[in-house]
Design a protein around this ligand. Sequence first.
Ligand SMILES: C[S@@+](CC[C@H](N)C(=O)[O-])C[C@H]1O[C@@H](n2cnc3c(N)ncnc32)[C@H](O)[C@@H]1O
Length: 238
Amino acid sequence: MSSDWHDPETARRWDRTATEHNPVRAEQLEILAAVLGKLWTPGDWLLDLGYGSGQVEELLFERIPAACAVGVDSSEAMMALARDRLAAHGSRFAAVRHDLAALGGLRLPPRPYRFAIAVQSLHHLEPAEMREAYGWLARQLQPGGLFLLLDRVRVENRAVWPAMRAVWERLDVVHGSGVAAHEGADLAAHEAAARERGDRPVLLDEHLAWLRSAGFDPACLHLHGNRALVAGVVSGTA
Ligand SMILES: C[S@@+](CC[C@H](N)C(=O)[O-])C[C@H]1O[C@@H](n2cnc3c(N)ncnc32)[C@H](O)[C@@H]1O
């Protein structure tokens, strides 16, 4: 069944089990925080598309003393968890309730947005909505601003399936996780299960091409199986 982010129990379960089917998340978040920590200067703000229960902000606020963020999400259930989690951080965080599929109508709180992130959120959009989100995002960030996408990407084809599955099976051995079973027995089952959950991952190549045409200089910073951390720097040449 498609993830119902508006259901409080779904929200609480996801918050409890975020790494269960994604043991790579901790390492990729650690890299994301390290990159932002290196580049952050006081006064910079970050925009988080699909901030959910605030786990990423909690990490960033602990790691980066100057970090301040505006988060956008449409799920009141997830936002309520974030309110509790981030209560101690006061004015460092501002929340906006809005649909990421309709960013054209969103007026953000005016801040000097030097950074943006989207962690495991954009794969819920249709490909056309994702492309629009990239164009909108390039217009919100300062020149030279940095966008970090951390998300699942689509498995290319049947030819690479056995190798991809071997990567997931290895993760399960190392982490005691349930990735291989969660991802499906073959590519058809994998894609059907993703559709069922409301996941619409696109190829890494598509992310890079769409970011480029939206006005970013993109690069893949980290890829483990079907989990990617992609950077895009606003190039100002689109
Ligand atoms: C898997 S959670 C990730 C939360 C957070 N980024 C993290 O990694 O801890 C996905 C989040 O995206 C949000 N989301 C999904 N589709 C959305 C949409 N169309 N508009 C706004 N938020 C959306 C959900 O409400 C949920 O909070």
